[in-house]
Ligand binder design. Structure first.
Ligand code: ADP
Ligand code: ASP
Ligand code: MG
Length: 467
């Protein structure tokens, strides 16, 4: 019986948080045969490491040194508060100093070269998790709980897509078993770095920002864990982003599909890639609150027990552009869509939503705002001849739009939901620019102007609360 528990940045972000996290781990250790902990960097540390790297690449000599001082202080403060006298403390400070020196020397190399490659960025940003797991494992040992820090660079073997690496499933499973099982068999809690992996050659990669959730799912799949629990700073997945909608409620149960749609469309509570390894092994996933551990949390399974035709949650992604390819000459011409998305793929931009009018006279799709010009340039090059012939009339971007997505598997086959949704938006009033329904039919996404986003979220949330 293996339990994988992931603790996010706030759950390891202070002495008080680490104390709570330690209590949760020790309780789990008495209930489960094997406990694997995945830990994020202390909150804010990955941002600091990133800033340090960027400022070094911009030629600033001082900034990264200030950053390394503040990262050192954050960790040392916890050591002095939680384990002022232990022998472990000495070994721990040697290891932390070594990692902080590594940060400085990597930044110095970036400064000298004046160049920051994705590979260097991963080496630098990986350091936060490498520090936090050592700190947490030392604290657990201090609490008389056998624990061992493990760098996932030896466990999660990935491709070479730095900053968004994908795991190689079989090799990762083998490594996880051969390295973690002996540790667990000896009665240790394994405390593994979230967020990071390494290529087959051993070069450090990261799974993308927020990727520690994904690490937990990858290790859960590799070890065939019974359950994966994600510990964070809210009571579970909520009906809306609690930072934006003050009366958001915790959702008791969700399906894998629903939570996948929520995560894909911007709900920060879970990294969007987390669900795939979880689905493949049908692992029950829980989202729980480190700061309110006895709250029930959100249970995520293939088929939740009750599904009563509800809209369950609303989420939004801001700062997008809607790209339009228009032309009467496109009507019935095969291959326009394929060429459009081929051109977008070539500039490595991912499309978040597509909508095509049935007349085929226009295709529109949403992309992150910062890639707008790249996408327009790629499309103009691709359709150069069609633009000349006027088969394609116009390629243009509507800037500053957002996608607002409503999620709930029960919407499928429940008549009238879309009607209520659109009339509530109409009443607020929110102007709808485009609409798309998720292929799994458990989400409807609406494109609105940036300025209408909060209004749209609140209107839909009212509907959820009053359902
Ligand atoms: P962690 O560091 O634990 O991974 P994150 O900050 O990545 O935590 O994710 C948790 C945060 O996600 C919450 O504090 C909350 O502000 C935000 N959030 C956004 N949308 C939702 C939602 N629908 N349900 C719960 N939390 C959400
Ligand atoms: N520390 C990483 C980040 O801040 C990964 C994570 O917290 O999930 O993005
Ligand atoms: Mg997170």
């Amino acid at each position: 019986m293996t339990l994988v528990m992931k603790f996010g940045g706030t759950s390891v972000g202070s002495s008080e948080a680490i104390r709570r996290t330690g209590n949760i781990i020790s309780e789990a250790q008495s209930d489960w045969k094997d406990v694997v902990v995945i830990a994020s960097a202390m909150n804010g540390v990955t941002d600091l490491l990133t800033q340090g790297a960027l400022s070094a690449s911009a030629g600033e000599n001082e900034n990264y040194r200030d950053i390394s001082d503040s990262i050192r202080r954050r960790h040392y403060q916890v050591i002095s508060e939680l384990m002022p006298t232990i022998a472990d403390g000495q070994q721990l400070t040697i290891e932390l100093d070594h990692l902080i020196e590594r940060f400085e020397s990597l930044c110095k190399a970036v400064l000298v070269l004046g160049e920051l490659s994705p590979r260097a960025m991963d080496a630098i940003t990986s350091l936060g998790e490498r520090m936090s797991v050592r700190l947490l494992a030392a604290y657990l040992r201090h609490q008389k709980l056998p624990a061992q820090a493990v760098d996932a660079s030896g466990l999660i073997i990935t491709d070479e897509t730095f900053q968004a690496a994908m795991p190689l499933t079989d090799q990762t499973a083998k490594r996880c078993r051969s390295i973690l099982c002996p540790l667990l068999d000896q009665g240790n809690v394994a405390v593994v770095t979230g967020f990071i992996g390494a290529t087959q050659e051993g070069v450090i990669t990261t799974l993308g920002r927020g990727g520690s959730d994904y690490s937990a799912a990858i290790v859960g799949r590799a070890l065939e864990a019974e359950q994966v629990w994600i510990w964070t700073d809210v009571d579970g997945v909520m009906t809306a982003d609690p930072r934006l909608v003050s009366n958001a409620l915790t959702i008791e149960q969700l399906s894998y599909r629903e939570v996948a749609e929520l995560a894909f469309y911007g709900a920060k509570v879970l990294h969007p890639r987390t669900i795939r390894p979880i689905i493949e092994n049908d692992i029950p996933l829980w989202i729980k609150n480190t700061f309110n551990p006895h709250a029930p949390g959100t249970e995520i399974t293939r088929q939740p027990r009750e599904d009563n035709g509800k809209i369950k949650a609303v989420t939004a992604i801001r700062q997008l552009s809607l790209i339009n390819v228009e032309g009467k000459g496109m009507l019935g011409v095969p291959g326009i869509a394929a060429r459009t998305f081929g051109a977008v793929a070539q500039v490595q931009v991912s499309v978040l939503l597509i909508s095509q009018a049935s007349s085929e006279q226009s295709i529109c799709f949403a992309v992150p705002a910062d890639s707008t010009q790249d996408v327009i340039d790629a499309l103009e090059a691709e359709f150069n001849a069609e633009l000349d012939r006027r088969d394609v009339d116009r390629i243009w971007a509507q800037e500053d739009v957002a996608i607002v997505t409503v999620v709930g598997a029960g919407m499928r086959g429940t008549p009238g939901i879309a009607g209520r949704l659109f009339s509530s938006l109409g009443n607020h009033p929110v102007n709808i620019i485009a609409i798309a329904q998720g292929s799994s039919e458990c989400s409807i996404s609406i494109v609105v102007e940036g300025k209408d986003t909060a209004n749209a979220e609140q209107a839909i949330h009212k509907l959820i609360v009053n359902f």
